[in-house]
Design a protein around this ligand. Structure first.
Ligand code: SAM
Length: 300
């Protein structure tokens, strides 16, 4: 069996074990998920988002900000706080945060002070003080000290005061297209006119993260039915939307796309042009199919 097949087979079996989320939550309350290369890249990605948002004339300073899909380790919201956000609303489909995960993220961000401070124009020595939390306190006390609101799940009625900024990082590709359309519309209704929506999206085949032998766009070859079978465990699900699909969904939800920065896997274009692709990809350009990273800036 290839590496990715072994991993997907194990995950598929796991997905039939009842109380998966509860078991994971108990495990993480003892030991938070490890900080990895993903979090190093996340720091760079969020600093780029804040710089990109700045090009619109909107400042994070004083803004009410919402994150879609905060995950286990709230590294990104801590950086938005350091950039001056007055409140960050963290959202997810499940409750994943706990005391050890918040402590671990805070310590990680403090350890990155030398990279973060110059990008945000703040004093590196001030970072530990700005992120001071009651280390012996409970989760609500820690969240309150950071001006974080934790909304799980978010819905039309619980977002509260209109948002100035919303963002995500490596989340949208895990959300089914129909749900994504509803989330965009819900956010649009809860953002003030002119508010900024910034999303970093990993459009690549995520199986490459654990099987380097695969092409970064290998998943385009599968029919809908076959791909569905490889995504039975929710953590394996990716929607395979392409850059152009996100632009269309944003426009449909009432956002104006202002700018985008993309990474195109140029080296894969010839290979993809030779594949027989399922109908949903047939009309896409090879540029779009091989766009493996999108950072999209939109205005409400
Ligand atoms: C790969 S993690 C990324 C976490 C974090 N943004 C980061 O970059 O480290 C994807 C996150 O999206 C969340 N997610 C998936 N589907 C979602 C949905 N429909 N609504 C909100 N969050 C969702 C997952 O629970 C998970 O926390």
């Amino acid at each position: 069996m290839l590496k990715w097949q072994t991993r997907i087979a194990c995950n598929t079996v796991k997905s039939f074990v009842p109380f998966q989320n509860r078991i994971r939550s108990i495990k993480h309350s003892f030991k938070p998920p490890a900080l990895t290369g993903h979090h190093e890249a996340l720091v760079r990605g969020i600093l780029e988002q804040i710089e990109f948002i700045g090009t619109t004339g909107t400042s994070v300073s004083g803004a009410r900000v919402l994150e879609i899909g905060s995950g286990w380790l709230p590294v990104a919201p801590l950086i938005y706080r350091l950039a001056g956000a007055r409140e960050v609303v963290l959202t997810d489909q499940y409750r994943l945060l706990n005391r050890p995960s918040v402590l671990s993220a805070v310590d990680f961000v403090i350890s990155k002070a030398d990279a973060i401070a110059p990008a945000l124009g703040i004093d590196p020595a001030s970072i530990a003080g700005r992120l001071a939390i009651p280390r012996e306190g409970d989760l609500p006390e820690m969240l309150a000290a950071l001006d974080f609101t934790y909304l799980v799940p978010m819905d039309e009625g619980n977002i509260g005061e209109k948002l100035d900024i919303a963002y995500s990082h490596t989340v949208l590709e895990h959300i089914p297209p129909q749900i994504l359309g509803s989330i965009f519309k819900m956010l649009r209704n809860n953002m003030r006119n002119g508010a900024i929506f910034c999303n970093g999206i990993d459009n690549s085949d995520h199986r490459k993260n654990y099987d380097s032998a695969l092409s970064i766009v290998d998943f385009l070859k599968y029919s809908e039915a076959s791909w569905k079978l490889l995504c039975i465990h929710p953590q394996d699900y990716t929607n395979r939307l392409r850059h152009s699909d996100y632009l269309a969904l944003l426009a449909e939800a009432g956002f104006e796309v202002l700018d985008a920065r993309t990474y195109v896997a140029e080296g894969r274009k010839a290979e993809v042009a030779g594949w027989s692709l399922p109908p949903r990809f047939a009309s896409k350009t090879t540029e779009d199919l091989c766009t493996t990273w999108s950072l999209i800036l939109a205005r409400a």
